[in-house]
Design a protein around this ligand. Structure first.
Ligand code: G3P
Length: 227
């Protein structure tokens, strides 16, 4: 399961990259609204930092298929290879996906997925990824993890190459559940990244090892001080 960062603040992205294995960054219009300004200034800076090999997901916002297609071309022209255009999994979005598959090499991710059937249709339209919104589904009274797992089963049972990129998490347990299921990717807000391994027992264990070493070697000493 690839891990991506669901955020557009460069400082937050840099901080997660410093400590975690990250495959790329996902954004959506709401995420971009939190930074403001020209969205391409934000996205170019992210692309420059993560490099051309990393995945960058950027959403088209038009309502009509033809305009979504134009947006997809514009986004990928500016942000280059390994840019996935996020397209909502609604009828106009499916129409845009079909046009893109027939006329371009542009990669796209079906987004705003709340039901398995949306993901199935998006997969049939050629989506590289389908993004179920785990936490938002939970908040509707359904089981977001289960929906993501069902989508993965549908792709597998139908021999489809589309992968799940699970989105919208409120806690690290949700991410763990999908990790156990082996979904293709999960996109996680920076604060959830740090919560993935936050555990005072782990911190205590590491601190105790250091204290034990310093008890005989001296304060601030490490293996570097011995031959
Ligand atoms: O990118 C879409 C998804 O991550 C939305 O998350 O937290 O707004 O439900 P959230």
């Amino acid at each position: 399961m690839k891990l991506l960062i669901d955020d557009a603040h460069l400082d937050a992205i840099k901080k997660v990259y410093e400590f975690f294995p990250v495959a790329g960054v996902t954004t959506n219009p709401t995420i971009l609204s939190k930074v403001g300004g020209n969205p391409f200034d934000t996205l170019r800076a992210i692309r420059e930092f993560i490099g051309e090999e990393a995945d960058l997901h950027v959403q088209a916002v038009s309502r009509r298929a033809e305009k979504i297609v134009d947006e997809a071309r514009h986004i990928t022209e500016i942000l280059g290879a390994n840019t996935y255009v996020k397209i909502p999994a609604v009828p106009e979005g499916f129409k845009a996906m079909k046009i893109l598959v027939d006329t371009s090499e542009i990669l796209f991710t079906a987004t705003a997925i709340y039901t398995p059937m949306q993901a199935f249709i998006a997969g049939q339209c050629g989506a590289s990824y389908a993004a179920p919104y785990v936490n938002r589904i939970d908040n509707m009274g359904f089981d977001g993890i289960r929906v993501a797992q069902e989508i993965q089963q549908i792709f597998s049972a139908n021999h489809m190459e589309t992968e799940v990129i699970a989105a919208s998490f409120k806690n690290s347990q949700q991410v763990l559940e999908l990790c156990k299921s082996g979904v293709g990717a999960a996109t996680v807000a920076p604060e959830i990244f740090f919560a993935l391994i936050k555990n005072s027992a782990i911190d205590d264990a590491v601190e105790n090892f250091i204290a034990d070493f310093e008890s005989f070697a001296g304060k601030e000493k490490s293996m570097l001080d011995f031959q």
